[in-house]
Every structure is written in structure tokens, then in C-alpha cells.
Ligand binder design. Sequence first.
Ligand SMILES: [Mn+2]
Length: 695
Amino acid sequence: MGTLKKKWKLSPAKFDIQQQLSSQLEIPRAIAQVLINRGLEKVDEARDFLYGDLGKLWDPYLLKDMDVAVKRIRQAVDNKENIIIYGDYDVDGMTSTAVLYKLLSRLGACVDYYIPERLSEGYGLNASALEQLFQRGARLILSVDCGISSASEVSQFAGKLDFIITDHHQPPFNLPSAQAIINPKQTDCHYPEKNLAGVGIAFKLCQALWLDLFHEQLPMGDYLELAAIGTVADIVSLTGENRILVKNGLQQLNRTKNIGLQALLLRCGLAPGTVDAGKVGFVIAPRLNAAGRVGNASDGVALLITTDQEQATVLASQLDEENLQRQAMEKEIFAAAEEMLAKQGEEWKNVLVLAGTDWHPGVIGIVASRLVTKYFRPVVMISLHDGEGRGSCRSIPGFDIIKALSECSGLLLKFGGHKQAAGLSIAENNVDEFREQLNNIAGNALSAEDYIPVLTIDSFVGIEEIDESFLRKMASLAPHGMGNPSPLFVCKKTAIASAKAIGKEKRHLKLRVRHKEIAREVIAWNMGEQAAELTVNDAIYIAFSPEFNEWQGRRDIQFKAEDVFKPEHEEKVDQALDDIAPDRDAITAVYCVCRDHALRNKNIDIDFSSLVNLVRNQYNGRIGERSIKLSIEILQELGFLTIEKEGEDHSISFRLHVSERRDLFSSLLYRQSLKMREDYISKEIFQRRSQNEAE
Ligand SMILES: [Mn+2]
């Protein structure tokens, strides 16, 4: 299990739609292709995606039961009933709680919140917590990010507590008999956006309450930034309404007035104006989550709703400390897991099942995810305590882990989850047999191909097309995350100008590549060991995302590489390409030869083989006859010349036109040629790479 090589999958180019989007929205073609790949082929839809604002949010009253919920909450506010927001210990749950708490306090409600403890209570409504809340005078429970599966707890408290359930998890067959259930995933809820996070639904409830009370739109600012954090952290699709919430919420977060968030940003060293979805996911969310994992999730909520500057600072540093603790534990468990892996036989490598004593149950899921990324196999991490194990499973796309667990159910005490992530509990003395069974199941279900990660590439792009304006237009595609990954491009073959490993322990790879007179810097994180295999002038392909790199006051364009490779048999492929169809350079060469010929000779007849020779001299290459023919047809389509006669003796006569510059892309034949070339590279270079790997 060395360095993972990835399968490159090039999204098929749709040049006609590219052309349309590109001209109407004034964006580069490669960016238009990204929109196409995200399912946006119509100009209006694409425009909304790029520039859609808060005016495009749906009416909150389209959610089933919203009117009932609003009425019951207003009644509770008017009658000073005790309302408890019952949340969850992850970031979505915390932000959901904070959003509603802020709004209800603003409305003068008697409101408090409750977050169950991850290890002792677990997820969702629980009877002993509800009993305590009831004893303390609670009358209305408002669940956020949970509750849809708590039918029995709700019915247990019938007559004592009223419930409004807001949740985004898949509803089970038996729904709680609550006063109102707001969850767009209910089959009889016709709300158009089904992928809201818990906090998105809490936000919709705020909108609805405000509309009902004041007959105007909610002043969204304070709530929007929390909605953005929870939505990004919960890894729901950043499309549709989620995209609008996150895009606008991030803008708000970058000038936040929330003193808890200000303190947290300061503590993490995030300057206002620099927070994007990635920073939320990798810097802010882990600190809030750490509270739920190693500390107390209520502290996370307290930070988000505090109005006290000193408390904000204290909580922010406490969360940061807890995150450091979490990181230390994660590092230790990760190292222990790797050590176990090194000792395990190859027969146990279909699914990595690892068990350790007293591994922190709040951290093993993160370690499992990291192992999946590193080895690209399904992983089960089990924490053992007093003869019993609690496990976290993370899988790869080809393997349905919950189905596999159900096939081993005889060995398990409990299990639940979905295709890609699940949890379980197991008796310690069943772990070895469980490992064996799971490995057998995967051995039968998966082929070598399934263990190769796929890198989906959006489009080819010319190195010369990527300039400042390209990057500015590309920024309109953000925020990136689930459902809308960062665009990934591949440059037509570039040559290495320099290659070196940089950083601590030479972990990273830094390249300079060029194509003709244009050169770019490339940074490839964690690929330092590849430096040894790369030599100046090697032709390579890079899968990358372009970005601005600011360093010592200078701003340059740099390519952030996801993968780099040097194809074998490069020359053969080039030769084949030159025979298949012409590229821009070849067409230009053919045009120049025709023009010069027409200028030098009064007659415009030429026999085809002389033309071929002239072109080959000019192009200093081996451009094929078929490509030269195609070039002439393309030039004709563009109006540069008219073929007047093609003689049976292979002579060709044409009339040349004086013509201004034309966009090559307006030629259908050119687009077809390009497609043939790209398909060939994709098949002969990109796909071959993974085949070699799988053998
Ligand atoms: Mn959630």
C-alpha cells in the first residue's frame, strides 16, 4: 500500500452549451463547463447559481406545519410559557440552537436550551432529560436537528409537554405525535428544497415567525452567519437554498457582530474577510465540535449566543484548548492504528478493522475518515472498554457498509447508519471473527478497480487562459463543498521547468511548468516524494485548481495540484493525436501555408500531397493528412477560404478570403475535432493509468 494513484475521470465536454453559457454570462469556456458539470445547462439557472441572492430564498410557509408551529410558539411567547430548545452536540445542532435562541430572546420569550451529552446520553430526545426539563417548568419543547425518530419519548410525555419537532433527518415510519413536525424530507411536505441542514430549518422557522409578527422580512444578518456555519459543518449539498444561505452567510461572517464568533476568529487567527467555506469546515467547525467531543457542547452554544465580551474570550480559548486535546488524541490513535496495520496480514486489508483499548469514542470516527483518505479502503475503528467495543465505520463509494454490517449482525450487539458511515457495538471477543467476516464480504463484493479513488476533472484548459480575470470569474462558483466541489482542471501537456521538494521533511512538491512562453508555479501538498521522479523538460499532466498566492505582499497565480503524472508512451499518443484531428496550432499552420501559397502563386490550385509537405515543414511535425483535410474544412466553415474543386488526382483548389479574426470555437468541425482529441487523451492516457494500477 504505497502512495495512492488516482483514476482520472474527465467530464465530457459539451462545447455547444459551453459556447452559449460563455457568451451570455461572459465567462470563460472552462468555467461554463464547470457549471454544466454541476447540472446547470440553462442560462437562467446558471445565472442564478452564480449571482442568486437572498431574494431567491423560498417562502418558509411552504414547509408543512409551519403555520401551526408559528401559532403555537406565539402563544407560548404571549403566555410566558417556558420554551426549551432541544438541540444536538454537533455544529449543526449547536448553531440551530443558537439561531432560535437568539430570535426567541429577541421576541421576549422565556427560553432556554438543552444539549444532550454525547457519551452519557447520546443523540436525540431522551426521557430522563425531558423529565428533568418538565420538573423545572418547561412546557414547550422545540427540537432542532433531532427529534424525528423520538416518537416513543414524545408520546411518553403527552399531556405534560408540547413538542414542535424541527429536523432534517430521514423520517422513520412512525412519526412522533407532536404539535407540529417541520421536516422537508416528509413525503407529504412539498417544500422544494429537501437538503436543508438542521440549522437551515431553524432559520426558516425564524423567517416565518418574523413575517407573522412584523409583516416584513427577517433582518437576517445575525442568523445567516450561523446558518452558514452549521450548513457547511453538516456536509449537506451546497446547492439550491443551502448555497444562498452559505454564500450570503459567509459574507456576514466576515464582518460579524457576534462577539462569540469574533473571539473565536481572533483565537484561530482568521482575519475578517478571509473566511470561506473551507475555513469554516477545517478551522471553525472542529473547535465547536471539540466541545461536543471532549468537553461540553453547551459551551459551544454559549459562545454563539453570549453578549459578554469576557465570557466570549474565555469560551473561545477553552474551545481552542479542547480542540488541541482532540488533535492530540487523534494523532495518538492514528499512530496506534497505523502500527496495528503494519502488523496485520495482507488478508485483512479488504476492510481495515482495528480495535484499541479506551480509544476516545468521540475521536475514532475522525481517525477512521483519515484512514479511508489515506488507504482508500473501508475502515472500522473500535474502542474497547470492559469487554465491549464501540465502533465507527467509514466506507468508500463501492462498498455499502450498513448492508455489510447487517450481514454480520449475528456478531454485533447494535448497529446503525447508512451506506458510507455507520456505528456499532460489539462484544470484545467477537472482534476477530467480525474482522474475518467483513473482509470476506468485501473480498467478494469489491474488485481491484474499486480500491482506486476517482479524481473527477471538470475540463481541459489552456495554461494561457488562466489569468486574473479567469480567477475572479471562477470565484463566483464558490462556496465549495459537498455538491459543489472546487473546480478541477487539467492543462494540455506542460513541460517541467523546475521541480523540487519543499517544506519540513520535504513533504510538498513545488513545480514550475510551462507551455510555450507561459510559465506557472504549481504547489502539490504532500506529494514531495514525487520530486525524485520528475526531471526538467518532462511532459506532465496536472489536475489542479488555480488560486491566488499571496506572499510577501506579492500576488501571483498558482496552480494547486491534486495530482500530477508523467504519462508513458507520450510520443505515440502525440502522433496518434496529430492523425486524429487538428488542434489550434495545426489549423493555424495550415492557414499560413495556404495564405503564403496564394500570395506567391497566382494560381490557387495545389495538389494535396504538396500541401501536406508544405504544412509539415511549417508545423515542424507530423501532422496527419486527415488532420490537414479537416483543417481546410474548418477554415472553410469559418469563412477564410472556399474549396472550389477537389480533383480526383488529389489536387485541391480554393479561393482565399480576406477575413478578420474569427473565434475558432464558432466552427462546429473544430469543436468536433477538439472533442475527438480530448476523448482520445482521456481514454489513452488518463484511463490507462488506473488500469496499470489495478493489474
Ligand atoms: Mn444535522
